[in-house]
Design a protein around this ligand. Structure first.
Ligand code: C2E
Ligand code: CA
Ligand code: CA
Length: 574
């Protein structure tokens, strides 16, 4: 057993003994303990003991087995459920049975009176205190977050239940707030976990400083905190607290000479307005917090019923998406790309659609992010490549020689080596000319200096396929991507085409992008061309390859074949 620093200021001991002589002997022994000063008080029986224990503050209670008409065991049974103070039973005779009974009745330890000596007593006291402390430490571990000292999840749940029953009794409201730090992951990833931990600690202190003593601030894990604002007369009282928290969190944090800034997103729900049920309140606050994040962060949102409806729809979406691939619910639609000098089809972009059993056709914007979250994007992405290549091959077999097919590839696919394998298989199985395959990637899928992406792209181009940079100009690193990666084509984003030809800024940008692409020997395709004026403006600048509703929307394969027959196709890829 490790050395316990037995109280510097002295130990307060209560001796419960109905025999004054015995008490005096015990006191004498206590006073002969060298290592620590001991203050001894006496309770001459069962009833005085009960009174003194509830009134006084003792470090240890020594209880004699014989207490007149009662026994020490009875006293132990009475007091141990209500006190944390270690109790030691002094046994006379009776041996093992009494010892066992003592432990079962909640005594910390037992000691034969006949063996009582300063040394033995000192050791027993030390042991009792150590046990007590270990227990407290365990309790703390089980109830408090070790990093911040805040209540942990289980204590939070306890407190919430308690506050809910108090609020019911007194007719008060409660606000439950979920708080998540925005940008915490970036701090952790870029500055390291030590800085991340420091930041969590400081944030915890700031949250505590924004609340009252009676409120509970807890850490649920990671950068997630929760606050229970109890005893509210009016739910509006929660708003200034949320505002204070936002201001307080957004103050820079100083760590080793550098300033780090994060913000918070807060979701708030109220008892009894939103629910009486602890679990429902927790879900509500969580949903409201996500909504605050989605609405641009650094803000708070009050829970609204629509959030539950939206969350239910999201859940339904997730459930159905999980089976969509197995049930063949995905389809590809095809949007022609036109060479405006001849008006012929020079290529086609495959665009994914989800055909729900209800007949509803869902656009990728509504389900791609969910696929990504559910880690299904790779399976679906592989399917897209396979199906597009198969389709391409069957057009050729049917004497519709579409010059090129473009397939969109997401960032997740480019992070997986298996993608190149899938690609190779597709090319081998269909026997299509690899140079007819263009993979469209956005800048966000390509981050400059990304070695893995670079390796993947080089393997892909080694197969003969080409890479097009999609949504060109909308990201932060368009030019760096052009410099760093083997890119063959640019797609001018719809955002720049939209304002043509009237917007001078769009006109200047579109003109510059075309000129730059030409100077670099890159193919350039304009997206989202909706009017004749846009088409003419772009063609006059040398951008002949165009795609947009002016020519055709993305349509099912049969309709696309009609389009090819009507317009004709160019002689090979341009
Ligand atoms: P994107 O690659 O930029 O595709 C062009 C989007 O613009 C398509 O939307 C298309 O229908 C739409 N569009 C085409 N012409 C016009 C026009 O003249 N005006 C307007 N307003 N819109 C036009 P869609 O099909 O909803 O696809 C949205 C995005 O979803 C795509 O943007 C692409 O990033 C992604 N996506 C689509 N299919 C796939 C896929 O198979 N795999 C991956 N990873 N992403 C895909
Ligand atoms: Ca695209
Ligand atoms: Ca695009």
């Amino acid at each position: 057993m490790s050395e316990v620093p037995v109280q510097r200021s002295g130990l307060n001991i209560l001796v419960v003994d109905d025999d004054e002589d015995d008490y005096l002997i015990t006191r004498q022994i206590c006073n002969r303990i060298q290592e620590v000063k001991i203050n001894v008080e006496w309770a001459p029986g069962y009833d005085p003991a009960l009174e003194q224990i509830s009134a006084g503050e003792y470090d240890v209670i020594l209880i004699d087995y014989r207490l007149g008409a009662s026994t020490g065991i009875e006293l132990l049974r009475e007091i141990t459920p209500h006190t944390d103070v270690p109790c030691i039973l002094l046994t006379g005779q009776g041996g093992r049975e009494v010892d066992l009974e003592a432990m079962e009745s909640g005594a910390t330890d037992y000691l034969a009176k006949t063996e009582l000596s300063p040394v033995v007593l000192e050791r027993t006291l030390r042991y009792a205190l150590e046990r007590k402390r270990a227990e407290e430490r365990l309790n703390r571990l089980a109830l408090y977050d070790t990093l911040t000292g805040l209540a942990n999840r289980s204590l939070f749940r306890d407190r919430l239940d308690r506050e809910l029953s108090r609020a019911t009794r007194f007719g008060h409201s409660i606000a439950l707030m979920f708080i998540d730090l925005d940008g915490f992951k970036t701090v952790n990833d870029t500055l390291g976990h030590d800085v991340g931990d420091e930041l969590i600690k400081v944030a915890a202190n700031r949250l505590s400083a924004c609340t009252r003593q009676i409120d509970t601030v807890a850490r649920l894990g990671g950068d997630e905190f929760v606050i229970i604002l109890a005893g509210l007369e009016d739910t509006h009282e929660a708003i200034p607290v949320a505002e204070r928290i936002l201001v307080s969190l957004s103050r820079p944090f100083h760590f080793g000479g550098q300033d780090v800034q994060v913000t918070g997103s807060i979701g708030i729900t109220f008892y009894p307005d939103d629910s009486n049920d602890a679990d429902v309140l927790i879900k509500n606050a969580d949903m409201a917090m996500y909504s605050a994040k989605a609405n641009g962060r650094n803000g708070f949102e009050l829970y609204r019923t629509e959030m539950a409806i939206k969350a239910a729809r999201q859940l339904d979406l997730q459930r159905s998406l999980r089976h969509a691939l197995d049930r063949n619910e995905f389809v590809l639609h095809y949007q022609p790309q036109i060479d405006v000098t001849s008006g012929k089809v020079c290529g086609v972009e495959a665009l994914l659609r989800w055909q729900r059993p209800s007949g509803e056709l869902i656009a990728p914007g509504d389900f791609m992010p969910v696929l990504e979250e559910m880690h299904l994007i790779n399976d679906v992405g592989d399917w897209v490549v396979k199906d597009a290549c198969k389709q391409f091959r069957s057009w050729w077999a049917a004497k519709v020689p579409v010059p090129r097919i473009s397939v969109n590839v997401s960032r997740a696919q480019l992070r997986r080596r298996g993608f190149v394998v899938t690609l190779k298989e597709c090319l081998a199985e269909t026997g299509m000319d690899p140079t007819c395959l263009s993979l469209e990637l956005t800048e966000s899928a390509l981050i400059a200096d990304d070695v893995l992406a670079d390796t993947m792209l080089r393997e892909i181009t080694a197969l003969g396929a080409t890479i097009a940079l999609d949504d060109f100009g909308t990201g932060y690193s368009s030019l760096a991507c052009l410099r760093d990666f083997p890119i063959a084509a640019l797609k001018i984003d719809r955002a720049f085409v939209k304002g043509l030809p009237d917007s001078t800024a769009d006109a200047a940008l579109a003109t510059t992008i075309v000129a730059m692409a030409q100077a670099m020997g890159l193919r350039v395709i304009a997206e989202g061309v909706e009017t004749k004026e846009q088409a003419e403006f772009l063609a006059a600048r040398g951008c002949n390859l165009q795609q947009g509703f002016l020519f055709s929307r993305a349509v099912p394969p049969d309709q696309f074949v009609e389009e090819c027959k009507r317009r004709g196709v160019t002689d090979g890829p341009i």
